[in-house]
Design a protein around this ligand. Sequence first.
Ligand code: SF4
Length: 241
Amino acid sequence: MIKGNAELRKYTTIYPKTVYTINSWDDYRAYGSTLLKQSNNSKLGKVVSKGAFKGKPLYSLSLVERLMGCPKNCHHWGACYGNNMPFAHRFKTDSGLAFTEILRDELHNLTKKHKQGIHIRLHVLGDFFSKEYINFWKIILILYPKISIYGYTAHTPHSHLGLEIKNVIDKIGFDRFAIRFSNSTIKLSANSTEYKPRLIASKNVSLKSIQCLEQIDKVANCVSCALCWNKKVDNVLFYTH
Ligand code: SF4
């Protein structure tokens, strides 16, 4: 049975009490905590222990699933794993400018605090919501060489925002902006196992896939795995939650 209020599930999270709207510094002060959270999630882990980013603490950002950035054609729209996260704080904004100004302030402070830099998981929930927002992350990566990012997007590679994401990958490099296209037939993607038959059925596509190592108990967490931000890995496969 699919969880939650069927009406809410059409366009937002099924946990409306966990949503914080950040349209100004006043909203931010009223919220009283940070937007970027140091990971305490057992699947993600806390500090990268493998590869080029070894030693960087992992931070993450969660937006409101379905409402913030998620394209309606997302393969997991109704069954989003946010349906299983009743306690996660999710952010919503109608003012990308205020939101990114606050994020930039946090990022600046985090790079002072962590001289080795930080690795960021975008987005645990939600997705890139505008061209300006994508451009914000590009500027951050240019300004702060010790910040790196990984994550997944449900925007298709040829959609308006997908092309913007691709531009940032091309400009910055997948090493530091490791955003994989979900359920896609291109290289540097991340697919659900149930999507794989479609992948195989696609003409002229031969992606080498690796099953998520945490899901098959080969690693404890992402920070000790690092496959998702390795550009040699064409495609990561996930069992659907
Ligand atoms: S493949 Fe590795 S890095 Fe990617 S989600 Fe699984 S454990 Fe995390």
